[in-house]
Design a protein around this ligand. Sequence first.
Ligand SMILES: NC(=O)c1ccc[n+]([C@@H]2O[C@H](COP(=O)([O-])OP(=O)(O)OC[C@H]3O[C@@H](n4cnc5c(N)ncnc54)[C@H](OP(=O)(O)O)[C@@H]3O)[C@@H](O)[C@H]2O)c1
Length: 174
Amino acid sequence: MKNNSEKVFLAHIVAASENNVIGANGDMPWHLPNDFKYFKNKTWGMPVIMGRKSYEALKESLPGRINIVITKKTDFHPKDALVFNNIEDAITKAKESDAKEIFIIGGGEIFKQTIDIVSRIYLTRVHATIEGDTYYPEINKNIWKLVSAQSFPADDKNNYPYTFEVWEKNIDAS
Ligand SMILES: NC(=O)c1ccc[n+]([C@@H]2O[C@H](COP(=O)([O-])OP(=O)(O)OC[C@H]3O[C@@H](n4cnc5c(N)ncnc54)[C@H](OP(=O)(O)O)[C@@H]3O)[C@@H](O)[C@H]2O)c1
């Protein structure tokens, strides 16, 4: 267990197009295996919290991570994930682990409800304007500061150029 003086980061990890699309028809509208590797590397061994629709899109829980699903349903009992009926209880459960970081991994509804309480955003910016039906909130640059960015071109496996951005809450703004 962590003692209270140890800081646990609550983070979003998300891939979004230039126009903030994160999903279309229940899926991600691009093929970026390098982003999957990045996601796996960052979240491995950590608790991951997600909305019920994102969990169902995955089809099964993510290996090597504590999977926590949020739903209002009372009859949703997947065998490979913990389930909570609100975001606060899900975060409380995730904090019981020894993880240094807790990841909120989507989707749109959950990102929107938690952007004010996370302190870090791992944003893979997909450099394209894409049609979709699910969006990430606009990052408010008065509140958030870009602390790192690593850009990559499209290639034969990754169909758009992309940048791995890390944003942290700008403490000067509070
Ligand atoms: N690009 C990315 O990085 C990324 C990441 C994740 C997902 N996605 C995409 O995002 C889309 C899914 O996102 P979405 O917004 O439709 O759904 P979602 O956020 O994954 O899940 C929504 C569901 O979560 C539950 N929920 C939401 N708020 C709640 C609350 N306060 N208390 C209790 N339960 C709550 C409800 O489940 P019940 O209806 O069961 O009550 C709700 O229907 C898909 O297209 C997926 O591919 C993209």
